[in-house]
Design a protein. Sequence first.
Length: 334
Amino acid sequence: MRPILVFVEVRDGVIKRVSFEVLSEARQLLLRGLPASGVYAVLIGDQLTDAAHEIVKKGWADRLYLVENTSYRYYSSERYASVVAEMIKRMDASLILMGATAMGRDLGPKVAAKLRVPVAQDCTALDVDLKHGVVATRPVYGGKAITKVHAQEGIRHFVVTVRPNVFSAGAPPINEEGAIEPFTSTLPDPVIKSVVTEVIAAASAKVDLTEAQIIVSGGRGLRESSNFSLLEELASTLNAAVGASRAAVDAGWKPHSYQVGLTGKTVSPLLYIACGISGAIQHQAGMSSSRYIVAINKDPNAPIFKIASVGIVGDLFEIIPRLTALLRKRAASH
Ligand SMILES: Cc1cc2nc3c(=O)[nH]c(=O)nc-3n(C[C@H](O)[C@H](O)[C@H](O)COP(=O)(O)OP(=O)(O)OC[C@H]3O[C@@H](n4cnc5c(N)ncnc54)[C@H](O)[C@@H]3O)c2cc1C
């Protein structure tokens, strides 16, 4: 039998939450009958000892391949894709899973192209079918339709990236410690077309939008940039990230890194609070898979209410400060 390989993403020594979701889902696939010899993880970067131990100590993976070298310190499409593809071939992994983060969305197709195998991007469900193996569900046309995809018979490797916050990270399913094995590429260095020399985090991003469990997002209804402080206050009481619609970004109220939607970020938090956002399909494309959606809008016919779990019809300038005060009071009494 052949293993499932999970690419574990680490940023600044911290494992991205989606990687635990992917590892957990890989185990679930085995439990649901996918024939595989185990769940293997691959970690690429520099100074990864702590992260590697975190994965194997609690049994998140049966085996972890560590590709550790200063040349892997920053993500490089060519370098990472080359080593992951080599690893897949060497261990003959049947299924390769990774988070559909900015890195995963770039790496997945590159690895697939190198191996000339299919890739299914940004999947929101994985099923096991005895005939086809893994069948992945992908929202398409901005979430208006879904497709189910699987690898053709005879294809040796299938690359799948999964949407963050859709799968549960659960608890590590076994108590047995996995093994860490260093992996060294035997291939000549790939041709590197671009080199990252430094990564500067946006000072404003307190909580990463794509990793956030709760997002408070604002649109044109906020009227001006300074009114985003209302959302920031609400977000701080909920330990939430702040997002924005394209209208708010185009108006220059927030940088593009805040934009949620078709041409912005895809998010799937537990809770998405849309404030003064009409809910155009292009916005919905980036947030409709949120577990719960709360919409605050003064227009009862705003399309956002069609997908909202809870709709509040009213003026956000009255509702948000009241909500923030209420949450602060509750937090203080606990
Ligand atoms: C190719 C393409 C890609 C796009 N990509 C994106 C994308 O990635 N993300 C995105 O968001 N959009 C995207 N758009 C734009 C999208 O079509 C909408 O124009 C945009 O989402 C509207 O933003 P909005 O909801 O903030 O503004 P509006 O549609 O103007 O809605 C503002 C809402 O605020 C409400 N409101 C006003 N005042 C108050 C108040 N005091 N209290 C409560 N509610 C109030 C109004 O009732 C209204 O519903 C894209 C469009 C195209 C064509």
